[in-house]
Design a protein around this ligand. Sequence first.
Ligand code: CTP
Length: 396
Amino acid sequence: MELNNKTILIGITGGIAAYKICELIRKFKKNGANVRIVCTPNSLNFVTKLTLQNLSQNEVYIEEFDVKNWKPEHISLADEADIMVIAPATANTISKISQGIADNLLTSIACAFSKKMIIAPAMNCNMWNNPIIQENLSKLKARGIEILEPESGFLACGYLGKGRLCSLDKIFNATVECLNSSQKLKGKKVVITSGGTIEDIDPVRYISNYSSGKMGKAIADSARDMGAEVVLITTKDFEAPYKITKVKSAIDMQNALNDEFESTDILIMAAAVADYRVKNYSVQKMKKGSEDNITLELVKNPDILQGLCERKAKDSSSCIIVGFCAESENLLDNAKTKIAKKGCDFLVANDISRKDIGFSSDDNEVTILDKNGGMNKIEKASKKVIARKILEFITK
Ligand code: CTP
């Protein structure tokens, strides 16, 4: 069974969706997991301790100072569990955890929990849309906690909107995926670039591209889940529980990469680097003259990827180098030419002419080429799934 020898600690808070968790407990149990349960006192307005105890076949914990053992409960439950799943998570509990408040057993465990945590919020749609709650959720995400967003629909409070607990299948699958994720990249340093570079024209204007940086961020998150030391070099504003180096231009990105490269085991260049920058940056804002047409002179940026592939060969480095290739036509032919020219180990090709994948989309579909001429297509999926498959493929 896929959850044999795994201990899942479920945290239940005081929302009406608490009743649904009974089914989730059954599903975890049927798949072989040892399920431990901690409830906030308010959650027992919606489910009974006896039901949870029977379903989990374990004691249910509520009170912090009901001490039966020498080791405080919040430490021993945190130590024992492989993963903590808080579902449903109310706005109140989310906010407390994001601030490090530990005023009941559940929030104390969350505060002491250093392994993977999944939070499935459920609340009234106005609470969900409250900027304070969103800010608190962003803080948790930035700490590497996975948030399974609620769904839209008819809410128990009578409103129609976003706030309904996501499906139990989603919580189950996310838990299984986390528990089964290998720690294959432990001890490895993975450097990823993301986002489009910004080439200034003057203090007001710039040249850039539509890259959202999402694919690179998803790879960085996955690499971290697989145990790697991660460095994300990006032009975007991201927060994450690993090192992020914010850069602007292609030259900045090249400098940041030169600093990291020597100790890098895997380099993934998902950034959309501008091929050219303006030759003469204007320190002052350029004024509109009487001309109807003006010409900006551009100079070529260094090909960072190609330069690092050459450095790898010169230093006889064992770093695995992966390039990306965004094309609007002749995807595979262009990709084959590019991998040969750049000299990288793998090239991830994606078709940016399709509206349903690529740039700002949350989904992607890619083909991975290797330097020996091999090709492997990864069918359309979320960038998160594609990210994991890319990492698994290149480390095979
Ligand atoms: N790249 C780079 N430095 C550049 C341009 C691109 O390191 N100056 C990297 C990108 O990060 C990507 C790969 O090279 O991993 C391919 O980028 P792409 O824009 O598809 O190719 P280009 O080399 O720019 O070729 P073209 O624009 O002609 O398609």
